[in-house]
Design a protein around this ligand. Sequence first.
Ligand SMILES: [Zn+2]
Length: 515
Amino acid sequence: MGITGISAQDLYPKNGTVDVHDYIFNLSLNDENNNIKGEAIINVMFKSGVDRFVLDLIGKSGDYGMEVTAVFEDGKSANYDFKDNKITITPLSNGKGAKTFKVIYSGIPRKGLVIDTTKFGRRSFFGDNWPNLARHWLPSVDHPYDKAGIEFRVTAPEDYDVVATGKKIEESNLGNGFKLTVYKEPAPVAMKVATIGVTKFASKLLDIVHGIPVSAWVYPENRLEGFSDYKVASKVLAYFIGNIGPYSFAKLANMQAKTQWGGLENAGTIAYFEDSVTGKNTVEALIAHEIAHQWFGNSVTEKNWNHVWLSEGFATYFSILYLENVYGDEKRKDELALDRKQAIDYYKQNPSPIVDLTIKDPMRVLSINSYQKGGWVLNMLRYKLGDDVFWRGIRDYYKKYRNANVLTTDFRKCMEKASGGNLESFFQQWLFTKGHPEIKWDWSYGKGKVKINLEQVQKHHLFNFPLEIGIVKDDEIQIVKVEVAKQSEIFEISLKSSPDSIVLDPDYWLLFEER
Ligand SMILES: [Zn+2]
């Protein structure tokens, strides 16, 4: 996904003349069948002469998909055409300014809105949009480049409890066996992380952190275990607010859900897989990952799918930073050791860079590269810059792009500003170049010197990096830092007697492979 302008490989046709300001989704759910009825109100800003405005919506094919019965433009019948899973509107008037479209539709969603039974056999409806499944049930610009405020007005049988993206602003019994529940999120949200959860829930306000309500929504059968497992969310939230900046959404609900993912970072209403609830605090790292996404991915959002490491690599590393803060540096090293092994193994099968411009399908951008290797890049950047500069750069980056969209270059520029240095070659070699240093080495001792012979054996690119060498003697370790920039180098370190052993990178600051 991504890119710097012209070479963008993410093929979604972005429309620079229209900006969606907010959506209001009226949805009617029932118990008789899986048909949903929708009325979507879409408030947009036309920036200049607009030839057409396109909304994604999967059309009916067989039993599934949506049928559109009417489209309105500022209250009048719109000039539209619905085919190839797109509603293409030719505006009645295309001048600059605010406009309101309304789409009336219905059908059975094949994906995106998962209508199923929970593991306890209760009927449930869960939004599960990532990356581009919103279009199965919500007419929308289904790409993260155009974020918008969202209001869900859900009419469902009165026995259900409804949670959704945003703050609850209404819950009304309609008197006919149905209940209307309304949630509104004023902060811009990407469709990939807009959601609803409708089933029988047990819910509890766990905490209020810096004014943000933190709640748990779990299956009634899992009530106490769920409240206990999700409680840690408030500690995670406080850590990220304290270290990165203000939280962007109306609330932080933690929801047990049917999701195709382990967790899905829906804005302010995170979905965790059903078996995440055990009562034994086994998913703290997952919770930290999904909460980190509220800053990176949800508030600061990749403009282009090829740059999804700005979401996943960050969530991976910020989860590690949280764990390091709670459990100590050994925990960081343990996590990075696992991630490094995965990144190396993955590279053997998939020799591609993190920002891989050959990928056109958003489902394919999720990989060890965007998660584990992306996280490792941040770890190396932190080492290169030092903790103070790293955190200052992160805070500046969040402040500058909060509620906005970014490419990798935007992040680089913020970190360069914080550090006062040029980071182009660092970003180029770790994000836009495949692989990592593959190092063959040995050492010897003589004449008061340790000699370390180091060779980079990978052929495609010569990496440039700082390397810590650990010299072990009598259970003490002395660390010497060297800069590696050549294919083959000998480093000499003066030492009174022969060391017991030598280790490369004892503190896990370099993504490399020993050959
Ligand atoms: Zn993630």
